[in-house]
Design a protein. Structure first.
Length: 175
């Protein structure tokens, strides 16, 4: 009887964990660009490095949250971008490379992060008048903090409200 209780407890924990975690559908930059032309949405770029512990922590704790994954999958085109990657990338009509001139950083990372190389940094690419505007937000974010950021950009509140005001009045779903 005790063995069955332990097995049931394990199964319950596994199901609960699975139901609370969800997968973000990550796109390449090229896929996100193409999709945003077909059906406009902001592009969300998670810039990371392989050695960044906080980046890995955000992957494990924030991007696995079902609410965060749902917002990213339905309101954005989410992209993971290795800020120290070696491959050339063509994005928004321009080719970017990692030529080693900015240390280990890729030219696109330098551009998106506006020269402030800090990891993790998420970048919200929004479109107005056929132009993209990049809003980099550096640092690790817990799911509750990320929900506010995602909502601010998904709802286009940035067009009419200051971040401080939006943040004060925001009522989220993440506990």
């Amino acid at each position: 009887m005790k063995k069955i209780s332990v097995i049931l407890l394990f199964v319950t924990l596994a199901i609960t964990t699975y139901c609370q975690q969800s997968d973000v559908k990550w796109y390449t930059l090229q896929e996100a660009e193409k999709l945003s032309i077909q059906a406009p949405r902001p592009i969300f770029i998670d810039t990371y490095t392989d050695w960044c512990g906080w980046c890995k922590k955000m992957d494990q704790e924030t991007f696995t949250n079902s609410i965060i994954a749902d917002i990213l999958n339905t309101k954005f085109y989410p992209v993971k971008f290795n800020a120290e990657g070696k491959e050339s990338v063509t994005f928004l009509g321009q080719t970017f490379i990692n030529d080693g001139k900015s240390g280990r950083a890729h030219q696109l990372a330098v551009t998106l992060l506006q020269g402030r190389l800090s990891y993790p940094t998420v970048v919200f690419l929004t479109q107005q008048d056929n132009r993209y505007s990049a809003s980099p937000v550096p640092g690790f974010r817990q799911p509750k903090e990320m929900e506010v950021l995602l909502s601010f950009f998904a709802s286009k509140a940035y067009e009419t409200q200051k971040w401080e005001d939006y943040q004060k009045s925001f009522k989220g779903r993440v506990q």
